[in-house]
Design a protein around this ligand. Structure first.
Ligand SMILES: O=C(O)CCC(=O)C(=O)O
Length: 388
């Protein structure tokens, strides 16, 4: 282990920022040299440009520049802040900042998730099927910091209409189609929040937990996440990845920590972009984010997708260890969120050409956006989240 990596010891936020500085400078250079960024481009048939897909499959991630309009971006920022204002101030109370009681009992899954500032809640634990094997560098919080920070929102589409409109974005769904095929299946929509000087680490991991040993395993077997950034995704606050590692099968993360002498892997690069840009990231890529000892906030709107053939009729454990089976009915019910979001977006942005989701094109169910479908389809849609 290198001298400055204090296993089982805490660094102050200043010391952490200091040990990260050289690593960040090198990582930034490597990231910008990969050539996997640019605006979303489509060919004459409206399909994502093949050069983009080529780079995505080479690197395991791609950055779509200038993705959102200023208006859409500021609407999302306001919506997230408004929502956070309403949240209980910590996981032990029902009171929010204004002192009002917040009733979240109707939600099948708690919308707000909390963590200790600058902690690493998952690393080195058996949580999430033990897929985060090594704890990240521990960092002390500054004096006067709150006991908890909200680091995660679960089920963003029923929490904020702005998130539903984003989800119906025709380019986002065209990109999903290009990566996973036109019958792509949604699995969860969440937000990662890393407040400046508070945001906890997400220890190094690969997302997939099911198909590693499948005879027909390939580099796309566990799907991908779209990650729309509401603020700059900087080396200090962002997700770092090992480019190309989505092609390596299951990676020995403890061996990487041993080889590098710390959680700062020399092979890793930061996924950098501006606010309003969108990253797509392969779920098999080795990735993680450091405690946010930086002065910059990150808010990422995640929406993940699977190839249909990798989820249909699969029985596997969810991240909490419960067994689940993804029947055709289940997949179809969970997928209704796509036409519903497209319809909601169409009502918000009527001048846009809406995306057509092939699997539910001939559905006889009413999947138009309405108050009734907000209640019947959208509310608690995320109890049907799926995991492979
Ligand atoms: O946003 C982060 O910090 C972690 C994201 C992540 O691990 C994921 O999307 O799988």
């Amino acid at each position: 282990m290198s001298a400055d990596y204090k296993k089982n010891e805490e660094l102050s936020a200043e010391q952490h920022a200091e040990v990260m500085a050289d690593f960040i400078a090198q990582g930034e250079q490597k990231a910008m040299a990969l050539g996997n960024r640019g605006p979303a481009r489509f060919d004459k048939d409206g399909n994502l440009h093949p050069e983009i897909m080529e780079k995505y499959w080479e690197c395991g991630f791609y950055v779509f520049e200038n993705f959102l309009s200023e208006d859409e971006l500021s609407g999302l920022r306001v919506a997230v802040d408004r929502l956070l204002e309403t949240a209980p101030i910590n996981p032990e109370t029902t009171l929010n900042k204004a002192g009002d009681v917040v009733d979240l009992s109707g939600y099948a899954k708690p919308p707000f998730r909390y963590a200790k500032p600058l902690s690493d809640p998952l690393g080195g634990t058996t949580q999430n099927k033990g897929r985060h094997p090594v704890k990240m560098q521990q960092v002390q919080v500054a004096e006067g910091a709150p006991d908890y920070t909200i680091n995660f929102l679960d089920g963003t589409l029923h929490l904020m209409d702005e998130a539903l409109w984003l989800y119906g974005h025709p380019s986002l769904l065209k990109i999903a189609e290009a990566v996973t095929g036109p019958d792509f299946v949604p699995y969860n929509e969440v937000a990662f929040i890393k407040e400046a000087g508070l945001g906890p680490a997400v220890a190094w991991h690969q997302d997939g937990t099911t198909h590693w040993n499948a005879a027909d395993w390939n580099e796309g077997a566990h799907g991908f996440n779209s990650m729309t950034q509401l603020y700059p995704s900087t080396a200090g606050n962002c997700v770092w990845v090992i480019p190309g590692s989505h092609k390596s099968g299951k990676v020995d993360i403890p061996a990487l920590v041993e080889k590098n002498g710390s959680d700062r892997f020399e092979e890793a690069v930061p996924m950098l972009c501006k606010g309003g840009e969108m990253i797509i990231m392969n779920r098999q890529i080795v990735h993680g984010s450091y405690a946010n000892s930086s002065p910059a906030r990150r808010v990422t709107m995640n929406a993940g997708f699977f190839p249909r053939e990798r989820i249909l009729d699969v029985t596997t454990e969810k991240l909490n260890g419960d067994l689940d089976t993804y029947t055709e009915k289940r997949v179809e019910e969970r997928s209704r969120i796509i036409p519903l979001a497209v319809s909601a977006r169409q009502q918000q942005f009527p001048e846009e050409v809406p995306y057509e989701y092939a699997p539910l094109q001939r559905s006889e169910e009413d999947l138009e956006w309405s108050d009734e479908n907000r209640r019947n389809i959208l509310f608690n849609y995320n109890r049907q989240d799926m995991y492979i």
